[in-house]
Design a protein around this ligand. Structure first.
Ligand code: GDP
Length: 430
């Protein structure tokens, strides 16, 4: 059985926590896209961790953690992360890296920085982790697969060709120091030695795991609205964040995915630029930002303050639909307990017309939120374990959100810890 945990929104929905929770019963957890540019925050018995590349199954001793072919693998960052968790008492996790996964090259990170500098005001708000240059090279077919690190001749030949092109850009476009082939060869040899014990044909491994009836959990980064195809292009990430892509990255048939748990946050938050229709500003935003998440809405990787806003039914409905949601995990609901009234964005007004369909970016930029205000519940809901025990207005908020998005909310997260979860029977669940 394959389950996917993905985001409905702009990321930071609390996927890490839901994955960590589900990873306890999973035999395998697969990270399927993105790189060290975003992070999950997980709080469990070992402490609080920000995972960037490691799959969230690393805290469960029996779980195999697979890094799929779709991931942008930053080798030194991966090993820093392993060191970080093991130094805090987590047993050395079982890790497998797809032999087809590609490596983030040191120059990808440089090009990311140089390009953001060059674009200045028109920049994409990149985290400068090399992700966009990495995926550009991957699809221009000048990337380096992990298995290639084991072939010196191949590496040399490929670098001879690739570096000519890179160095032209460095010299004439960016006016920066050129790349030395010798140094890159040395770095790649170090990477090879680091990854050697973990490299495997993970697609075959997963095929066998599924034949043996194992439970496999696919773990996504960011959310639908940052998907390179279906998100708010171009303010998106450079890979596909949707559950469908997990089959590609894992190398398994798409029909194996039986459950798609879409994590949807009870209010909105986003990092980086781009249209954000229900965004709020000023004191109202500061209060939500500071009370949000677990200790404030600040990026797990960058520490950047996140933009915040009210729950957006239009974006969340779309976000859930594109993921192919079977279950919604509605998260960070406890944070809203301070509000007398809670505005919710129920539609967009674009050129004088109201719509509940999420538009393409060109039109999204013109959208104004149509808000409806729901009564708050004015209490702390942390610690509640049964749906019936939630305050009536809180249940009404959940039921309103469910009706608007049209997908069953079967899990409600009311705190950052693994145990802070309420299971619910939804009338929409088939
Ligand atoms: P991810 O990228 O989707 O995993 O999200 P992040 O980990 O970046 O952001 C989620 C933040 O919210 C983290 O700090 C979590 O510890 C925290 N969090 C997750 N679920 C809840 C919840 O239900 N309530 C509260 N208050 N915080 C939560």
């Amino acid at each position: 059985m394959v389950k996917a945990v993905v985001g409905a929104n702009w990321g930071d929905e609390g996927k890490g926590k839901i994955t960590d929770m589900l990873a306890q019963d999973a035999d395998v957890v697969v990270r399927f896209q993105g790189g060290a540019n975003a992070g999950h925050t997980i709080k469990n018995k070992y402490g609080k961790f920000a995972l960037h590349t490691l799959p969230s199954g690393v805290f469960s001793e029996n779980t195999v953690n697979v890094i799929g072919s779709g991931v942008a693998l930053n080798v030194p960052r991966l090993f820093e992360e392993i060191k970080d968790i093991t130094s805090k008492g987590v047993p050395m996790p079982k890790i497998m890296i797809s032999d087809r996964c590609q490596v983030v090259m040191p120059y990808h990170i440089l090009f990311d920085q140089y390009e953001e500098e060059r674009l200045a005001g028109a920049a994409f708000g990149s985290t400068k982790s090399g992700i966009a240059p990495f995926y550009s090279d991957k699809f221009a077919k000048i990337g380096f697969q992990v298995n290639e690190l084991f072939d010196d001749e191949l590496i040399k030949g490929k670098l001879d060709r690739v570096l000519v092109q890179k160095n032209v850009l460095l010299e004439h476009l960016y006016h920066k120091p050129l790349i030395s082939e010798e140094e890159i060869i040395k770095t790649l040899a170090e990477y090879r030695d680091m990854v050697a014990p973990y490299v495997a044909d993970t697609s075959s491994f997963l095929e066998q795991a599924l034949r043996d009836g194992k439970t496999v959990l696919m773990e996504g980064q960011l959310g639908t609205l940052k998907d390179a195809d279906h998100g708010i292009y171009p303010m998106v990430t450079s890979s596909n964040t949707i559950a469908a892509y997990s089959a590609v990255s894992a190398g398994i048939p798409p029909y194996e995915i039986g459950q798609i748990i879409t994590v949807c946050k009870a209010y909105s938050s986003a990092v980086g630029g781009g249209a954000f229709v229900s965004e709020i500003f000023g004191d109202e935003a500061d209060e939500l930002r500071n009370r949000g998440g677990d200790g404030g809405e600040y990026g797990a990787t960058t520490g950047r303050p996140r933009r915040v806003g009210w729950f957006d039914c239009v974006a969340s409905k779309y976000g859930c639909r594109i993921q192919g949601t079977t279950d919604v995990a509605f998260t960070v609901l406890d944070v809203l307990g301070y509000l007398d009234e809670i505005p919710v964005c129920v539609a967009y007004e674009i050129d004088g017309k109201e719509t509940t369909d999420f538009p393409v970016t060109r039109l999204l930029e013109k959208a104004k939120p149509v808000l409806k205000t729901l009564p708050g519940w004015k209490s702390d809901i942390r610690g509640i374990t049964k749906y019936e025990d939630l305050p009536e207005n809180c249940r009404k908020y959940i039921e309103f959100a469910e009706e608007q998005i049209g997908y069953p909310i079967t899990m409600i997260s009311n705190g950052p810890a693994r145990e802070d979860i309420i299971m619910r029977k939804s009338p929409l669940k088939k």
